[in-house]
Design a binder for this molecule. Structure first.
Ligand code: PLP
Length: 393
């Protein structure tokens, strides 16, 4: 029934399951279990559950299933598995497909918790991980070996917004039969076409743009039906990282407005990046939508826009950055992103505080750097807020 539907139609309707009451809003099935009409049905369902049959909420739930079908429709994958957080999705996507002795190649610029899984957890279970600079294709070529089972990267990195060329890295990985797993949070499922470009498995922290209103933690793993149901689902459902029906319900309503919100955020981000580019208290603006970004052409090819975040460096280091942050009147100081509310983050002292100085330097996380997640407020108001806060620097 969804054939030919465009994104915004899918986001409102795809995957809906209506009960006998014909409710308009998707129902929350706040139940861990399901009663069977008779013992024979229970036996049959444990052998092979039908598409509308559920056993236990850790395995699946009608509300969660609606969310999985809607996000798979958006992503353009056959199936998806919803998880309790973005990290449950990253962990599930990596661990479910790996065993001791396997080799993994990963981009170095990673969300702190992703780095913990790749550096610490996988190593303890005998998986070898080689790290590369994600934007350097020569390093990917040198690192991927015949025994490489999986490659992993964030398609747009946090907080310095470097892009990985999905198509080229997928070609390198697929030449040896490695699975391409992409953490696509910053790119968003609205702008990215990661699967078309060669990703096999795409992961989101749905805590970010998909919830979009700072309410619930969640995650999702998207891929082929075979991979999701045969590899990912057994691992997730038996290790306990499934999404709750309450979260799935909130995220279904988040999806309905996701396209509108992401486009408003990206329009605002471009306006803000342009306004900051020539400001005399700013030493650097990083926004893939600006022609000055070294990967502008790749961003346009891969995403068509610059995304919903802007990073910039306030002249004068930490003191100046803090004075700027404390003077903001609309933007909140916080560390989420993709929220309806604009959020300003000082990575060096918060999200990336634990990194040793040499790694901060290598990743470009300077004392003056601000990560700015643009919300859906009026962009002119946001620019005015930035300008008045910069006056305080
Ligand atoms: C937030 C985030 C995660 C982790 O998601 P949670 O929902 O916080 O568990 C993973 N990767 C990236 C790129 C993120 O931004």
């Amino acid at each position: 029934m969804t054939k030919g539907w465009k994104t915004r139609t899918k986001l409102v309707h795809q995957g809906i399951r209506r009960s006998q009451y014909g409710e308009m809003a998707e129902a929350i099935f706040l139940t861990q279990g399901f009663a069977y009409p008779d013992a024979e049905s229970a036996e049959a369902r444990f052998v092979q559950a039908g598409a509308d049959e559920f056993i236990y909420a850790r395995y699946g739930n009608p509300t969660t299933r609606m969310f999985e079908e809607r996000i798979a429709g958006l992503e353009g994958t056959e199936d998806a598995f919803a998880t309790a957080s973005g990290m449950a999705a990253v962990n599930g996507a990596l661990v479910s497909g790996l065993k001791a002795g396997d080799h993994v190649v990963s981009a170095r610029a990673l969300f702190g918790s992703c780095l913990y899984i790749l550096e610490d957890v996988l190593g303890r279970f005998g998986v070898n991980v080689t790290f590369v600079d994600g934007e350097d294709l020569e390093q990917w070529k040198a690192a991927v070996k015949p025994e490489t089972k999986l490659v992993f990267f964030e398609s747009m990195s946090n907080p310095t917004l470097q892009l990985v060329d999905i198509k080229s890295v997928a070609e390198i990985a697929h030449a040896v039969g490695a699975l391409v797993v992409v953490d696509n949070v910053f790119a968003t499922p609205i702008f990215s076409r990661a699967v078309e470009q060669g990703a096999d498995v795409v992961i989101y922290s749905t805590t970010k743009h998909i919830d979009g209103q700072g309410r619930a933690l969640g995650g999702v793993i998207c891929g082929t039906r075979e991979h999701i149901r045969k590899v990912v689902e057994p691992y997730m459902k038996h290790t306990g990282g499934s999404m709750s029906p309450m979260t799935a319900w909130m995220h279904l309503h988040g999806l309905a407005t996701l396209d509108l919100r992401c486009r408003a955020m990206a329009d605002g981000a471009l306006k803000i990046a342009k306004a900051l580019e020539s400001h005399d208290k700013i030493s650097k603006v990083i926004y893939p939508g600006l022609e000055s970004h070294p990967q502008h052409a790749l961003a346009m090819e891969q995403l068509g826009v610059g995304g919903t975040l802007v990073a910039f460096e306030v002249k004068g280091g930490k003191d100046a950055a803090f004075r700027f942050l404390n003077a903001l009147e609309i933007a909140c100081i916080s560390n989420n992103l993709g929220d309806a509310k604009t959020i300003a983050t000082h990575p060096a002292t918060t999200t990336h505080q634990r990194l040793p100085q040499d790694q901060k330097d290598a990743l470009g996380i300077s004392p003056g750097l601000i990560r700015f997640s643009v919300g859906i407020e009026d962009a002119d108001d946001l620019v005015a807020d930035l300008m008045q806060a910069l006056e305080e620097v």
